[in-house]
Design a protein around this ligand. Sequence first.
Ligand code: GTS
Length: 209
Amino acid sequence: MVGPYTITYFAVRGRCGALRIMLADQGQEWKEVVVDFPEWMKGTLKSTCVFGQLPKFQDGDLVLFQSNAILRHLGRKHDAYGKDGDEAALVDMMCDGVEDFRLKYVKMIYQEYDTGKDTYIKDLPNHLDKFEAVLAKNKTGFLVGNKSSFADYNLFDLLLNHLVLSSTCLDSFPSLKSFVEKMSARPKIKAFLDSEAYKKLPINGNGKQ
Ligand code: GTS
């Protein structure tokens, strides 16, 4: 049965990759409303979006924009936001760290792919080592505490994108490598990553990856 959730977004993984993986792992179903760009350019839907952008996420009557706010909402609802207030604060911190990293990736993909890709890949260890250190210190296989949080799904999605960009980028980061392996092997995540619904979507809207 399809749950109360609806995702309205372009036909890409983009900023919905993490939340789709999270919903899949939490055993939730959701409806997709796919918006094509010519339709979007007409402006009717855009004018109804709080910040003039997608994704839009509906949970029954609740309508949300901003992908990280959506992740937080799902974290609260599905017990993936740390075990107490302190852990929740750490999960927020890690998610904000992932967002900083994602913004650099998105800038390279959309604005500097041809001129900046090689430099970006060379500089990648300086971003990856921060997450490596947190995982190595926590030792549970998760960023915070001993179960998955929305920050883990967010990091996992972004690491999958980076493995497409540079298949060897995690080779000197054992904790990150094992994190990706373990997340990929979770049965519901594996089934989702193997699905046509996931595989058919490009990572980014401009076809670069
Ligand atoms: N901070 C927002 C979020 O996290 O949801 C950014 C959303 C965003 O940048 N949306 C883009 C958009 O709607 C699409 S994508 O970058 O997520 O693929 N672009 C169309 C427009 O008219 O701005």
